[in-house]
Design a binder for this molecule. Structure first.
Ligand SMILES: [Zn+2]
Length: 533
């Protein structure tokens, strides 16, 4: 039996940006788009070009994606032609292959929020969809408040969907904007809408205000929609959007969806899901939700209680799916085997293949566990993990030794009489048996250390010329100023390769220095630099 194709649409970079406390930089947007593209989403909505400088810049230089890169924006203003609406024209000129228009589908909102007639609202939608189609874009229409609108004025909500479809929109997306609709209502209302617009042209955009966004998305698929919109880890305004990280494995692993539908995500990509979810949390600088379905640290953790012996014999009897399918790991607190399989696959991911019985594996596993207990997070710091693993497996050359460093932070009046804070650092290294000492200044202690460290690395200096620090994140692990600090640094080189390193210490400068050193060592390692004499 041929399976029907379901399309996955990500709006992390647009609707997800509405999350309180979340504000993506241009760099963040590029990294996240890359993550989403690797995962295999069909559509990536990049933002709202014209609405803010970051989104305009993001679309001006559209990232190279396999997915359909989509711009979001408003339909034309009533009373103007599309050619005479600068906002709409900017949207049509923006990079990307598709445009998603937001349009109200609830007559109450049309009257109260827009203050225009129902017919003017439909006309604005029709003209905008046609203009975008004529500009060569694939067009989507988000029918805002569709479900509440249907309850208030069914005829008008359906007229909105019909108008979008007839004007040529590839997708008519039914939005539960307020997030309060129940799954059985979604099923009924989508069923009704699919008599007006074929399900193969319908999408669902659900918010999570009663924790039903995932259930509502699945109900909508059962009732006929073939596109699902959502965000990574369910971020979004108020209680968030439908969580794609829960929806994707459900579609791929649960027989009632797996047997009927296919997506662009294959088994190998599904196995990166846990990594993608946690890497995204690290970018947001927030702790991953341990109890997140499928990908949480606890999702496959069983505490051995009365079932201890059964769990030890056959842990899968307590799992709804196999953790490896989503890249997660089983943790049963009576057995060590799970950690080992996970480590083996992590090593394989960076190109190290070891035998299961290799003794070094046990030693490495023990060290990682010990370090994770101290606060290291290797899930988010691939480069530090690779250095640690290669070192324990005996394949990292020694490039330089750090003999010591000193950092001074001074708060003083400058020549203009202004109060300034300046930092100076001195780093002592040994390269090829020779001691090198460099001083650097910076706007803060880490910046000064970075400058000093890179000033003179002897013959390794040439290798790190194009090394650039892109991001620096600090997390205090157990509260208060006496707490442990974890520093995560993202670096990049001239070829566009990016890597993450981690440092942990009660001292923030020390933690930063560890992460800096790892970043430099990783760069030397991947450049194939020879060992120090
Ligand atoms: Zn939304």
């Amino acid at each position: 039996m041929t399976r029907e194709r379901l399309y996955l649409y990500d709006t992390t970079l647009r609707d997800g940006q509405q999350t309180p406390g979340v504000d993506f930089s241009l760099e963040d947007k590029r990294v996240i788009a890359g993550l989403l593209d690797e995962l295999g989403l069909d559509y990536i909505e990049g933002g709202y070009p014209g609405a803010n400088p970051t989104d305009s810049a993001f679309f001006a230089e559209a990232p190279p994606l396999r997915a359909t890169f989509t711009a979001f924006g408003m339909t034309k203003r009533p009373g103007r032609s599309t050619a005479n609406d600068p906002g709409l024209q900017e949207l049509l000129r923006a990079g990307g292959q598709a445009v998603c228009f937001v349009s109200k589908a609830w007559d109450y909102h049309v009257r109260v929020a827009l203050g225009i007639s129902n017919e003017d609202n439909l006309e604005a939608m029709r003209a905008s969809v046609e203009a975008a189609g004529a500009a060569g874009k694939e067009v989507l229409v988000d029918c805002e408040h569709f479900f509440d609108g249907w309850k208030g004025n069914r005829e008008y909500a359906l007229a909105c969907a019909r108008t979008a479809h007839e004007a040529g929109a590839r997708w008519v997306v039914l939005c539960d904007t307020n997030g309060g609709t129940l799954p059985h209502e979604v099923e009924e209302i989508v069923g009704d809408a699919s008599a007006t617009v074929p399900g193969s042209h319908l999408g669902i955009h659900a918010h999570n205000d009663i924790e039903q966004a995932v259930a509502n998305s699945l109900a909508a698929v059962r009732a006929g929609v073939r596109q699902i919109q959502g965000t990574l880890n369910g971020i979004g305004e108020r209680c968030g959007n439908a969580n794609l990280v829960s929806i994707i494995p459900t579609l791929l692993l649960k027989p009632s969806y797996r047997d009927r539908f296919e997506t662009a995500i294959d088994k190998d990509r599904l196995a990166t899901l846990t990594h993608v979810s946690r890497a995204f949390d690290e970018l947001l600088n927030r702790a991953p939700n341990r109890q997140a379905p499928y990908v949480g640290e606890s999702a496959f953790t069983t505490k051995a209680g009365i079932h201890a012996s059964a769990i030890a014999k056959a842990p899968e009897t307590y799992e709804h799916v196999a953790p490896e399918t989503v890249g997660n790991r089983r943790r049963v607190l009576v057995s060590d085997q799970a950690g080992k399989s996970n480590l083996l696959s992590e090593l394989a991911r960076i190109g190290i293949r070891l035998d299961r019985d290799d003794r070094r594996l046990d030693a490495l596993l023990a060290e990682i566990k010990e370090r994770e207990a101290q606060g290291y997070a290797y899930e988010a710091a691939d480069a530090s993990f690779e250095i640690l693993a290669r070192r324990r497996l005996g394949t990292v050359p020694t490039y330089f030794e750090v003999e010591g460093f000193r950092v001074m932070v001074e708060h003083r009046h400058n020549a203009l009489g202004e109060l300034v804070t300046v930092s100076e650092a001195i780093v002592k290294l040994k390269v090829d048996g020779e001691s090198l000492m460099s001083a650097g200044e910076g706007n803060g202690p880490v910046n000064a250390l970075d400058t000093a460290l890179r000033k003179d690395l002897g013959r390794y200096s040439a290798y790190i010329e194009d090394l650039e620090l892109v991001d620096y994140k600090v997390r205090i692990l157990n509260g208060g100023t006496g707490a442990t600090t974890r520093v995560l640094i993202e670096s990049r080189d001239g070829d566009g390769e990016r890597w993450f390193t981690v440092g942990v210490s009660p001292n923030i400068v020390d933690a930063s220095f560890q992460a800096l050193i790892d970043s430099v060592v990783y760069k030397l390692l991947s450049a194939g630099a020879p060992a120090s004499a």
